[in-house]
Write a protein that binds this ligand. Structure first.
Ligand code: HEC
Length: 167
């Protein structure tokens, strides 16, 4: 009789423990299985009438390069603009294009070698709008810098590219 009582008590305790465990598990688990929005999962439409704090210039998509190439450079080619472009070029472009834009950066032997961007085949054939668009949206394999550089900064880099054109 004593053993039966012990066994029943043990069973009740075990069942209670199990149920408690299930409640604890669901309690903690419920917090993660509620509907939620993961950062970057969706983009929201801005409310009508919202104004951007700066810029606001839309970058045409990669497919619209011909259209983008027709845009004139809105930034004046002042020495300050060229200097800003030079500093940005040193940060973002030298790894592949090299300090002088000749395509001899440290990365180029390990990557697809970039062209000499001081050469007339690029300097003469490409408009400012085209170059600014390539920098923002990337080339065939070249990465896009639209996230790192603002539209104005990309125009500055174009002025710098013009300043290193082979004569
Ligand atoms: C990871 C290496 C890499 C980096 C960094 C890089 N480029 Fe390039 N770039 C390339 C390669 C490779 C090409 C040629 C193939 C292509 O268009 O993707 C190229 C092409 C170009 C061209 C010629 C485009 C054309 O169609 O005539 C220009 C201009 C240019 N890059 C400018 C820049 C500028 C400015 C930066 C910095 C903001 C930069 N690149 C950063 C690799 C790079």
């Amino acid at each position: 009789m004593k053993y039966v009582f012990g066994l029943v008590l043990l069973t009740i305790l075990a069942a209670g423990g199990l149920m408690g465990g299930v409640i604890v598990l669901r309690w903690t688990d419920n917090m993660t299985s509620t509907p939620k929005i993961v950062p970057g999962e969706r983009t929201f439409e801005m409310p009508a009438g919202t104004l951007p704090r700066s810029g606001g210039e839309l970058t045409p998509p990669r497919e619209a390069r011909d259209l983008a190439a027709r845009r004139p450079n809105p930034v004046k080619a002042t020495p300050e603009s060229v200097a800003r472009g030079k500093a940005l070029f040193a940060i973002y472009c030298t790894p592949c294009h090299g300090a002088g834009g000749k395509g001899d950066g440290l990365v180029s032997p390990k990557f697809i070698p970039p062209p000499d961007i001081t050469h007339p085949s690029i300097q003469k054939a490409r408009t400012d709008g085209y170059l600014q668009h390539v920098i923002g949206t990337g080339g065939a394999v070249m990465p896009a810098y639209g996230e790192a550089l603002s539209a104005e900064e990309r125009w500055d880099v174009v002025h710098y590219l013009r300043s290193i054109a082979a004569k």
